[in-house]
Design a protein around this ligand. Structure first.
Ligand SMILES: *Cc1c(COP(=O)(O)O)cnc(C)c1O
Length: 483
C-alpha cells in the first residue's frame, strides 16, 4: 500500500524539525542535528509508504534529538553483569584485572618499546613481549598471539594445510557461536575439509581410514557451547597424536577457552588444560585470551617451534596481529599466572572461586533497605562456551512482583544510567551476585533504589526474617528485603 502524495507533502521540512530540536536546548552540534533529522525523515517516509501514520513534529524532533545525542555518547557503555554468566560474550567476556587495566592505559597513553629493542637500540619484535611468558606457563616450545582464536585457527590452517586436506570429525564440524563455523573457517583458509566418522561417534580408526597423500593435518575441535551425552565417543588426543606422528601430519587442537587452571578444583567438570593438550602431543594448540584465561580478546597459538615460527612469517599473521593494548593486557594477565596469583587477581577466576556464602552476604548487603525482594540461591555459569551445562551455586536478589512484569523490569534496569543486565527466570527478575564486580556494587545499589516498586510493599516481618536466613520464598513479593 502506497502513501498518499498528500501525506508525504505534509511531512515537515528538515529545517522546521531541526529548529524544533534546537528549541529543546539539546547541546549537539548543528550538523549532527541536521543529519539525525534526515535519517528520521527517511524513516517517516518509509513508514508512510508502508501504510503507517506519520508521527507529529514533536515526536520526529524528539527522535532526532535522541539520535544526535547518542552519537556523542562513548561506547561500548559499561554495564553491570547480574546475569550469573561469568564469561558473557555479549557483555564483553572477561573483565580485566587492575594490573591489566593499568598496563593498557600505560600502553595507550604514551610510547612504549612495542617493537623496539631497548638493549640494542634498534628495531625489536612485538611478539617478544608474549612468547617467553607463554612458553613458561604452558611448557610449549613456541607461542604466537593473534587477534582472536578464530584468527588463530584460520592462520594455523592457512599456513599448514592450504590446498590440502584436513581431517575433522563429523561431531566437531560445529558452530561455536558468533558466526565461528569450522567448515567455513576451513574453506576461508584454503584447506579442504575431510569429514571423518559420524556425528556422535568417531574413532582413531576412522581418521586412519580417511588418510591420503593429500592429508596435511588433523583438526580436533573442543566442543564448546554444547555437550554430547549418551551414545557418544571421540578419540583420545594421544591416539590422534600417535596417528599424526606416524603419518607426518600436524595435529591442530582448537581448545576454545584454553584453561590454564584445573576447573575441578572449583567443583566443576574438567575443562581441558592447554598444558595437557601439548603434553598429549598436539602440534599446535589454539585458545582465546578472553575466556578462561581472563584477559583481553586475543588468540594464542602454542606448540612446536618448527610449526609455530613459520606461522609468524605468513602475510596473514601480519593481518591478524594484536595491537599494543592487547599485548599489554595479555602480558599483565599472564603475569598473574607466573606469580601464582591468577585465582586471587584475575576477575574471571575470582568469580569462579567465590564462595556461595560470601556471595550470599554481598546479596544481603545490597538488598538491605530495598523493598519487595528476596535473596535466594541461584545457579551461575562459567559461560563463553566453557563447561556447557555446568553450574556454580550462587545467590541472587529476586525482585518481587510489586515491581511489575519481569520483561518490563529488566527493560527498566537496562535503561538505568549504568545499565544493569538481569536474568528472567520463572517469570521473575533475578540479579545474580556472582558476576557483579565489587566495583559495580554502588551502580547496582543505585539501580535498585531507582527501581521503585509499582505497588506499595506489604508489611515486612516475614521477608525480613527470610533475608536474615538467606533464603526466601519464591515469588519474592511477600514483603520487603528492607528493615
Ligand atoms: C570460542 C571459541 C572459538 C572462537 O574464539 P574467539 O576468540 O571468539 O575468536 C573457536 N573455537 C572454540 C572451540 C571456541 O570455544
Amino acid at each position: 500500500m502506497g502513501a498518499s502524495a498528500d501525506a508525504l507533502r505534509r511531512i515537515p521540512s528538515v529545517e522546521r524539525i531541526a529548529q524544533a530540536v534546537r528549541t529543546q536546548g539539546v547541546a549537539v552540534p548543528d550538523r549532527l542535528i541536521t543529519s539525525a533529522v534526515r535519517v528520521e525523515l527517511a524513516l517517516v517516509r518509509a513508514r508512510l509508504q508502508a501504510g503507517g501514520d506519520a508521527p507529529d513534529l514533536a515526536a520526529i524532533a524528539g527522535a532526532a534529538a535522541a539520535r544526535a545525542l547518542a552519537l556523542l555518547q562513548d561506547a561500548p557503555r559499561p554495564v553491570v553483569n547480574a546475569t550469573g554468566v561469568i564469561v558473557h560474550t555479549n557483555l564483553g567476556r572477561a573483565p580485566l584485572s587492575d594490573r591489566a587495566v593499568a598496563a593498557v592505559a600505560a600502553a595507550a597513553q604514551g610510547y612504549s618499546d612495542l617493537e623496539y629493542d631497548l638493549g640494542e637500540g634498534r628495531r625489536g619484535h612485538r611478539a617478544s613481549h608474549l612468547a617467553g611468558i607463554l612458553r613458561e606457563i604452558t611448557g610449549a616450545e613456541a607461542a604466537l598471539v593473534v587477534n582472536n582464536n578464530a584468527a588463530a585457527v584460520l592462520l594455523a590452517l592457512e599456513a599448514c594445510a592450504r590446498g590440502r586436506e584436513v581431517l575433522v570429525s563429523r561431531g566437531e564440524a560445529i558452530e561455536i557461536g558468533g558466526g565461528f563455523r569450522i567448515p567455513e573457517i576451513l574453506a576461508a583458509s584454503g584447506a579442504i575439509l575431510r569429514d571423518v566418522g559420524t556425528t556422535n561417534r568417531t574413532r582413531v580408526e576412522d581418521y586412519a581410514a580417511a588418510l591420503s597423500e593429500r592429508t596435511a593435518a588433523i583438526l580436533h575441535v573442543h566442543r564448546s557451547n554444547f555437550a554430547q551425552v549418551g551414545f557418544a565417543e571421540s578419540p583420545p588426543l594421544q591416539g590422534l597424536s600417535a596417528l599424526a606422528r606416524e603419518h607426518g601430519l600436524l595435529l591442530i587442537h582448537d581448545l576454545g577457552s584454553g584453561s590454564l587452571i584445573d576447573t575441578t578444583a572449583f567443583g566443576l567438570a574438567r575443562e581441558p588444560l592447554v598444558q595437557e593438550s601439548l603434553a598429549a602431543g598436539a602440534s599446535i594448540v589454539t585458545f582465546s585470551g578472553d575466556k578462561l584465561l581472563g584477559g583481553p580478546q586475543a588468540g594464542v597459538l602454542v606448540g612446536a617451534r618448527a610449526v609455530i615460527d613459520p606461522l609468524a612469517r605468513r602475510p596473514l599473521a601480519r593481518a591478524v596481529r594484536p595491537d599494543k593494548m592487547t599485548i599489554a593486557a595479555l602480558r599483565a594477565t599472564l603475569g598473574h599466572y607466573v606469580r601464582d596469583e591468577a585465582r586471587t587477581h584475575i576477575p574471571v577466576w575470582q568469580m569462579i572461586g567465590a564462595s556461595p556464602d560470601a556471595i550470599r552476604r554481598r546479596a544481603l548487603d545490597l538488598a538491605e533497605g530495598i523493598a519487595n525482594c528476596a535473596v535466594l540461591p541461584s545457579q551461575a555459569a562459567v559461560g563463553g562456551g566453557s563447561l556447557p551445562g555446568q553450574t556454580l551455586p550462587s545467590y541472587a536478589i529476586q525482585l518481587g512482583p510489586a515491581y511489575g512484569q519481569a520483561a518490563d523490569v529488566v527493560a527498566r534496569l537496562r535503561r538505568m544510567s549504568v545499565p544493569v543486565i538481569a536474568r528472567v527466570q520463572e517469570n521473575a527478575v533475578w540479579l545474580d551476585l556472582r558476576t557483579v564486580l565489587p566495583r559495580d556494587e554502588p551502580a547496582l545499589r543505585a539501580a535498585l533504589t531507582g527501581l521503585a516498586p509499582r505497588l506499595p510493599p506489604v508489611p515486612t516481618g516475614a521477608a525480613s526474617r527470610q533475608r536474615q536466613a538467606g533464603v526466601g520464598r519464591r515469588g519474592g513479593g511477600e514483603g520487603s528485603c528492607g528493615k
